[in-house]
Design a protein around this ligand. Structure first.
Ligand SMILES: [Zn+2]
Ligand SMILES: [Zn+2]
Length: 392
């Protein structure tokens, strides 16, 4: 009836917690679904993981040793949480996390000991992208320099064939107690053992490769998939690609932060784009067409006769993809084209004469003040807003 958890991990009935941990790590690496696509590997992985979960917990292990099965009432392990589009590299790290992380106790046994195996820290990397790359998304190979698990000792920190020994100073408890006399009587204080730093065990024969830390630094290249629609300051998370923790602990995450280069024509406001097209006064009066290079291609815009300064032309859907917090794209922003009517400044005599004639023909030689209700204030407001996008 009861499953043979020791047999599943291939360890003896009197195996130490360290030996059990090692056996599990070795099997988990061989059988992990990310690595091993053989038939039955996934089931074996689940089985091995369950066995480790049981044998690393002193209480559950006791149940096994008494001939019971602590997993009889509960179901199997939980599935790995998919669905997070930013966590493209999820995997081993998450699973290791479930067993090695989360505040010791399980592995050490003793009350005051803390686990040598600790969660690794996150790493951050910046990646410069053009607006076009932000719009389309991009796959980039990046070089990362992080701590990885030491292959020589499998993260254990001991030289092959040796194992950590119980700390003599604290007797494996991880803490030492001292008694002080005061006028109140005897006061007992405890503090982490200075020899084993609270681990309860010491590595007597450290691995030569990592010096006992269980990890080494390595440079590797990984491909980051940057989704379409990202923007300056956004972070893409690569689960488990950060630093491996001490003692070969589960790695942290790697965050890739987007640094968006300023575009020469477009100013971005979320998924919307803005650009300004200068239209000479004459063209604004007579009307014309203008060719604009957008992110999607060339677009011919009509400048209507009598176009006013600040006229806005909206190219619907020609902005950037709208990236939602769930990582999916829904729709696109717009491209706002602002026509800036340019009044000529350096007129020669002939040009001045032509404009004087025009003014005379239109009866505009003598200016009569008129006050527009929503004229100037609105216009300068709009333009200062657009300009300010460029100076975040
Ligand atoms: Zn100690
Ligand atoms: Zn090592």
């Amino acid at each position: 009836m009861a499953r043979d958890y020791y047999g599943i991990l291939g360890v003896a009935k009197d195996a130490t917690p360290e030996q059990i941990k090692r056996a599990y790590r070795k099997l988990a690496r061989e059988l992990h679904p990310d690595v091993n696509q053989e038939e039955g590997a996934h089931e074996r992985f689940q089985e091995v993981t369950n066995a480790y979960e049981v044998l690393s917990d002193p209480k559950k292990r006791q149940v096994v040793d008494l001939g019971g099965d602590p997993l009889d009432s509960s179901g199997g392990g939980a599935g790995a949480g998919g669905g997070d589009p930013f966590a493209g590299f999820g995997g081993l790290g998450d699973i290791m996390d479930a067993f090695f992380g989360g505040g010791g106790g399980a592995a050490g046994g003793g009350r005051g000991t803390r686990s040598r195996v600790q969660q690794g820290s996150d790493a951050l990397l910046r990646l410069e992208l053009t607006l076009e790359e932000c719009a389309s998304g991009v796959n980039r190979d990046i070089t990362v320099d992080t701590a990885v698990m030491c292959e020589t000792c499998d993260g254990g920190g001991s030289r092959a064939g040796s194992a950590p020994s119980t700390c003599d100073t604290c007797g494996g408890r991880g803490e030492v107690q001292s008694v002080q006399r005061s006028f109140l009587g005897q006061v007992m204080t405890s503090r982490p053992c200075p020899v084993c730093r609270g681990f309860g065990e010491v590595i007597t024969d450290p691995c030569q490769q990592c010096g006992g830390d269980g990890r080494v630094r390595a440079r590797r290249t990984i491909t980051v998939k940057i989704p379409a629609g990202v923007g300056d300051g956004m972070r893409v998370r690569l689960a488990g690609e950060g630093e491996v923790g001490p003692g070969g602990g589960p790695p942290g995450d790697l965050f890739v932060e987007v640094e968006e280069k300023q575009h020469e024509r477009f100013v971005r406001d979320g998924a919307d784009l803005h650009c300004t097209v200068e239209v000479p006064m004459t063209a604004a009066a007579l009307g014309t067409t203008v060719i604009l290079d957008t992110l999607d291609g060339r677009e011919e815009l009509t400048v209507e006769p009598g176009t006013q300064p600040g006229t806005e032309h909206v190219l619907s859907g020609q902005g950037l993809p709208k990236l939602r917090s769930n990582g999916r794209v829904s729709g696109h922003g717009d491209l706002h084209v602002h026509f800036d009517v340019v009044v000529p400044t350096k007129l020669d005599e002939q040009q001045s004469e032509l404009i004087r004639q025009l003014a005379a023909a239109r009866g505009e030689e003598q200016l009569e003040p008129t006050v527009s209700a929503n004229g100037d204030g609105h216009r300068s407001g709009l333009f200062s807003r657009i300009r300010s996008f460029g100076h975040r």
